[in-house]
Write a protein that binds this ligand. Sequence first.
Ligand code: NAD
Length: 415
Amino acid sequence: MAEQNLFEMVKRHLCSCSTDLVLSENVEAVLKMPRREIHVSIPVRMDDGKIRAFQGFRVQYNDALGPTKGGIRFHPEETIDTIRGLASLMTWKCSLHNLPLGGAKGGIVCNPKELSTTELERLSRSYVQVMFPYLGPDRDIPAPDVYTTPAIMAWMMDEYSKIAGKTTFGSFTGKPVGLGGSEGRLDATARGGWYVVREAARDMGMNLSGARVAIQGFGNVGSFAALLGQEVFGVRVVAVSDSRGGIYNPDGLPVRDLMVHKSGMESVQKFPGATNITNEELLELPVDILIPAALENVINRSNVQKIRASLVAEFANGPVDNEADKSLFERGIQVLPDFLTNGGGVIVSYFEMVQNFNMDQWDEQKVHRKLEKKMIDAYRAVYTLALQNNAPLRQAAYSIAVARVVDAMKMRGWV
Ligand code: NAD
């Protein structure tokens, strides 16, 4: 999946932030290793009667600030290093957004597109059976990520509840609204991302109204980024893509029609009035804002010089590798770092936990209001520190996030 190892990438960012912080060697060593890693083999009976063993992971990176939290990915090219990197990022994300949570991530090496619904359900339930001792509302709370959905979270929560002998809504987030899920969770990552983009555009003197936007990825994050971008934030979405390729229309794409087209064709390609392009071409388009919302490492040494956007908003985790990040900063292209920009998902997941604990259900307006405040607070803190230190936003974001985790570790007496 990734050319550069995401875990190494995150560790290098950690080193860059330590120029702003005084970190002892011991502290740095603790921050660079996951606290716990669980590797499992998950046997599943397939529809044809045969048993297949899938490889699964859960990495609980750091729980100084609270129980760990992070998504579960189903992907054929999943690796433990990607999961370690994502678990580390979750730690900094929860800290930066001031949530009482640590960071984790999980994954199963599988191709969900090749599994039937019943096989997918058995795989999801088996993952919970084998991980049960390590999960729970006060231990580690998973959520959806690449190729996992609210339906999968519902099965997983149900399996957890069966084993626990009691309904435990707070064990998983991103559940359907009718089953302990929160209003506003489905589009929270994209909506939160747009709040940050709006603030950054203001600081850059960029008018969002009619700004040209290209979005890589048309899943949960990418499709809502396109829809909200067009309908709520007034931008012109000129290009989108998925794993099969992309489409481009410089006059703008009607996103709602495109969503219907994608659900029928299983691809955004061949959309009437748009030109088919590759994922590589999408990244190099002359746009104001580029939103990578698919996988990691897509902007790297090989294409960074061809990026023409003024603002790169990382809605995906780790889409810009270290070398490209440095090069974009030198060229004056603003990069909104992943764990700042895509924090909306975990923020509303946290709201979901709070509602579950209180047997409560907030309305959508309340969720949006509270999400907006959290995103703006985090962006403002990062922007102010970056200006002060004449540093990239990413470095400032790491400095704030790491300092909070280190303070918590010190107060606990770990370091
Ligand atoms: P998803 O599975 O819903 O969508 C992934 C999208 O990426 C799909 O449209 C898929 O076709 C596309 N894709 C896959 N391989 C591709 C490739 N090689 N080139 C281009 N597109 C490709 O996943 P998602 O939940 O939207 O997650 C997308 C990114 O956002 C990931 O980096 C994830 O870690 C991150 N993220 C997700 C959430 C969340 O709440 N879902 C929160 C924070 C961060």
